[in-house]
Each structure stands twice: as C-alpha cells, then as structure tokens.
Design a protein around this ligand. Structure first.
Ligand code: COI
Length: 384
C-alpha cells in the first residue's frame, strides 16, 4: 500500500541483504526476561528518501542508529511504532499473530504524521526473514514470545516542521514474558481525572510515539497512590477509554440475567488494538452460536458503546459489575481488580480471585491460537 508516493520504489524484499553478526549472544532463560530489556542479534533497517523512495532493506547486527542531532524525530516526535509477536511451538514451528493488521495500522499511522507509507506485505516478508534468522531467541514457554517492534522515524536533518524528506524504518526484536513485573496477575487502576490521553480530533487512535510520553507522569502519580495503571477518561461525563497502554473491556450483569461485554467504540480516542479486535471477534462468534467457547455463558451480548464511570460505579454498587480487563499485544489480557475513582475504590469482584471467567476464556482462546494449539487463520507461518 503506497499512497501519494506510488511512483517511487516501494520496499523490495528481493533486494534485502543480510550481514550476520560476528558476535552472536546466548539468549537468556525465559524466567530471567524483563519485558523489552533484551534484544536479539539482528535488526532490519530500511532507509527512505523523497528522491529515491524506499531503499534496499538491510538486516544487520543489532546496534546503535547513526542520527544527526537535527533529525526531525528528535524534535517533533516524528515517530510511530507497532507491537507484534512471533511464537515458537514445541515442534519449532514459528508463527505470527494477525500481522496484516499491524501492517495496515502502521501505514495509517504513517499517513497521519506525513511519514512515507509502504507495501505492508513487502515489509512483512522482510520481517519474516529477520525472525527466521533469530528464531532461536523465541522462548517456547506459555505466555512467552518474541515481541517485534517495527518503528518508523523522520530523519530529515533540518529544524523545520515539515513532512521529512528522509525517514528510516527499522525493526528490532525482544524475547518477552509477561508485560507487567507482577507477572500474569490482576492490576489496579486509577481513573485519571486530571489528564487526558487523547481528545476528539487528536491522534489517540494512531500508534504514535507522541501519545505515550505524556502518559508517564500520570502513570507515576497513579503508582505513588498504589495503583499499577491509569484508567483514561474522556470528557466531563468521564467516559472510559483505555487502560494504561491497553484497550478496555467491562463485563456487566444484565437485568435479564445475561451478560454484556462492553468496550468503547473505535473513534479518534481509542487505539484499534489487534487483541481488542480478536476478543470482539471471538465474543461475537460465541454469542451468535457460530463458534461457542466452552464454559462461557450462552447469554452474551457484545457491545461497542460508550460507558461512563457513573455507570460502572452504579453497576458495582448494585453487584452487577462482574469483570474489567485490558487487552494489548504486550499484555495479552490483563484482569483488573480495583479502580480508584474520585478518592474511592471500586472493587472488581472477578479481579479479586485473579481472573474472571470471560477474561480467562478469551485468554485461553487467544493464547491457543497464538501458540498453535487451536488451529486458526489468524496464525501466519514464518517457518515450519
Ligand atoms: C503493545 O501492547 O504492543 C503496546 O504497544 C504497548 C507498549 C507500550 C508496550
């Protein structure tokens, strides 16, 4: 998918050249991994310039980038990224989970901040070559994977706010286990009323670096009060939007005894998460009877609708708040056990016991498709 720059050369996997490291490292054991702290031996880099289009992709030893101090990324946050994961099963087969969605989202982010777009299939081909080269770095334990971080930055050497005439797309890979240092445990949330993550007409629906740095201070403040993440609200009505770096789901008991799975609708304040989309697809297939999930309630209603803190509080008080969980590539599915809101805590019952029935069922279904124990068209083979 190349947009306005289609006359220029696109990413060409046939011209990929590989320089192997002369100093391969030994991957650490899975239990020693801290999320995002360890990187594999190689990286992919693809330079772009306005005059040449996309240049030959290179796989080279993982290492520092050479950037001029004037590079626009360093001044105006001309940067966007993706998070995707590769899995290795017991037979050694390596797969990616729904990588086409990451390629589409990355191009949407690029178009939003005037960075060059590209052929997503061609980039994916290059990423697969990188993963095959470093496949021995992929931990095989359940809940572990190779986190892949495609990143695109503006590298024009000039201090002026313009579409950059040079850019660099690079991809690094990190073997990972759980995202949170607490492991696969529930998190507590502080509903942030003082700051917003995103606003209508803004860039919250795109995966831009600029959306993340402003979340660090609110996150620190939540941590100081004993909460692990922020719950981001929107508007004077305090609509729930996202959780820390994840999408948000709320499970409510309905008056007729059924269960409603609610997530805020996609708009310009909600990031279109791949795991969010996967949960919704599984839930809808279950609710329609197309593909029932064992052990999950039959009376499930799936709603993409706005939900306010007032409604969550009222449902909790009436005993009808069943579960809250976050979804994201890094965290997969993360149960929530309490929400601090306006000085008081709302306890989430399922979170107290570790994980609720729905969150657990979705986690098992998604992990099964990721690890290859449940056959799925979402799983894309990298090597057999
Ligand atoms: C992901 O879930 O992949 C994310 O991008 C969150 C990230 C900030 C670790």
């Amino acid at each position: 998918m190349t947009g306005e720059l289609s006359a220029m050369p696109d990413i060409d996997p046939a011209s990929l050249f590989v320089t192997r490291t002369a100093k391969p490292k030994v991957p650490p054991p899975a239990k020693a991994l801290v999320f995002g702290h360890t990187f594999t031996d190689h990286m992919l880099a693809i330079p772009w310039s306005q005059s040449t289009g996309w240049q030959a992709p290179q796989i080279r030893p993982y290492g520092p980038l050479h950037l001029e101090p004037s590079s626009t990324v360093l001044h105006y946050a001309q940067t966007l990224f993706e998070g995707m994961k590769a899995y290795r099963d017991k037979t050694g087969k390596v797969t990616l989970f729904r990588p086409d969605m990451n390629m589409k989202r990355m191009n949407k982010s690029a178009a939003r901040i005037a960075l060059p777009t590209f052929d997503g299939d061609a980039l994916l081909d290059c990423i697969k070559t990188l993963i095959r080269l470093d496949a021995h770095w992929i931990p095989q334990e359940v809940g572990h994977s190779l986190y892949i971080r495609p990143t695109l930055i503006g590298t024009q050497k000039a201090i002026g706010v313009n579409p950059p005439n040079e850019a660099l797309l690079f991809v690094i890979c990190s073997p990972v286990g759980p995202y949170y240092p607490t492991g696969f445990k529930p998190v507590s949330l502080m509903a942030t009323t003082e700051y917003v993550r995103a606003a209508p007409g803004g860039t919250g629906g795109y995966k831009l670096g600029a959306n993340y740095a402003p979340g660090v201070v609110p996150q620190k403040e939540a941590a100081k009060l004993g909460y692990s993440q922020n719950l981001w609200l929107q508007g004077p009505e305090h609509y729930l939007t996202e959780v820390g770096t994840m999408n948000l789901f709320v499970v409510l008991r309905k008056n007729d005894g059924g269960v409603e799975l609610v997530t805020p609708p996609l708009d310009d304040v909600i990031l279109p998460g791949v795991t969010r989309d996967s949960v919704l697809a599984l839930a809808r297939d279950h609710a329609s009877g197309k593909q029932p999930i064992a052990g999950m309630t039959g009376k499930l209603e799936v709603s993409e609708r706005p939900i306010t803190m007032k409604e969550v509080k009222e449902k909790a008080e009436a005993g009808n708040l069943l579960e809250v969980f976050g979804t994201g590539t890094a965290a997969i599915i993360c149960p929530v056990n309490r929400i601090g809101y306006m000085g008081k805590d709302i306890n989430v019952p399922a979170g107290q016991s570790g994980i609720g029935d729905l969150a657990k069922a979705f986690l098992q279904e998604i992990q099964g498709r990721q690890m290859g124990t449940i056959p799925s068209e979402w799983s894309v083979i990298v090597s057999e």
